[in-house]
Design a protein around this ligand. Sequence first.
Ligand code: PLP
Length: 383
Amino acid sequence: MRRIYLDHNATTPVHPDALKAMLPFLEANYGNPSSIHFLGREARAALDDARERLAKLLGAKPGEIVFTGSGTEADNQAVFGAVRAMKGKGRHVITSAVEHHAVLHSCEHLREHEGVEVTMLPVDGDGIVSPDAVRSAIRDDTALVSVMWANNETGALQPVREIGAICRDRGVLFHTDAVQAFGKVPVKVSDVPVDLLSVSGHKVYGPKGVGALWIRPRTKIEPLLHGGSHENDRRAGTENVAGIAGFVRAAEITTARTGSEDARLRALTERLWQGSSGRIERIRRNGPADQRVANTLNVSFAGCKSDALLMSLDLEGICVSSGSACAVGSLKPSPVLLAMGLGTEMANAAVRFSLGAATTEADVDAVLGVMPGIVARLRSFAA
Ligand code: PLP
């Protein structure tokens, strides 16, 4: 059976060169980078090299990068670390209604268990946060603003530059979850006024279980993990040398092709949207048509259920998602789509197509070939 993978926002296949970069550290060069002997020194050199290269990609200095065990950990480290480091002086956090659970649930935990007030900013119909809303929400005791760079469900790009400038002006720390932006749009901390930035390996054709948090120099941050003095005393635990080597090699390859991929993937997602809206009635595009990462298209098919659409496409060998992978199985409508003003029925009828490096026009046309029939069949059951 054909296999068409249109779920790259959930995860990406590991690039062969990234795998090649990992293998030595799983085979002969298995040393612990904290060991003094030559095997340890080899691992340390690889870690230093990876840190330097990731820093270069982000427009940062190597000492500002902390490798983590995931994008989720980087987000948790940013939110908990920044607020706790203020030792009770910052009792207020601002975030948005469309953040990934890694940020949202961290903020909720702070509210429920550490007495922190959380302002959840609304979004407009396209899922965009207004910089003016950030400006109005900042208080004297605001410890942190956390607004993502690109949304995982709709691809919407937030005005991080403007939000960062407001935070800088008011002396408030700004964290951005750039997990879905990195590799899809240029992400440079030298260009955007940001203090903390999260990235993840498996969204950029690297391995799962590795990420990084960039921390602006002199930013006070409390570690999440305690133990050894790894990562400059900021993240205890023996580093995942192979994972880090694979992540950084993949990030280099992916960021180098961002420009050409943007045009190609934008044309493919437009082809998918135009083809769908031309063939199928009562559908809605969720999220901005232009202000988005190029690979993502989110569509609601009125009268169908997301899970039925997913299963029908699955039977055709087509992998898509109904929203964030972590929420799958819960059958709850996507909070992101609800926050954008969709009713429960349309939020429950959404499919996220997220294209990637291997996606071709033929893949898109194959989806267009089966989609009208699937939708008609599901609508006839519901009628
Ligand atoms: N932030 C966003 C926007 C994401 O899309 C994801 C993954 O889906 C994460 C954070 C979490 O990254 P990881 O899967 O590496 O924990």
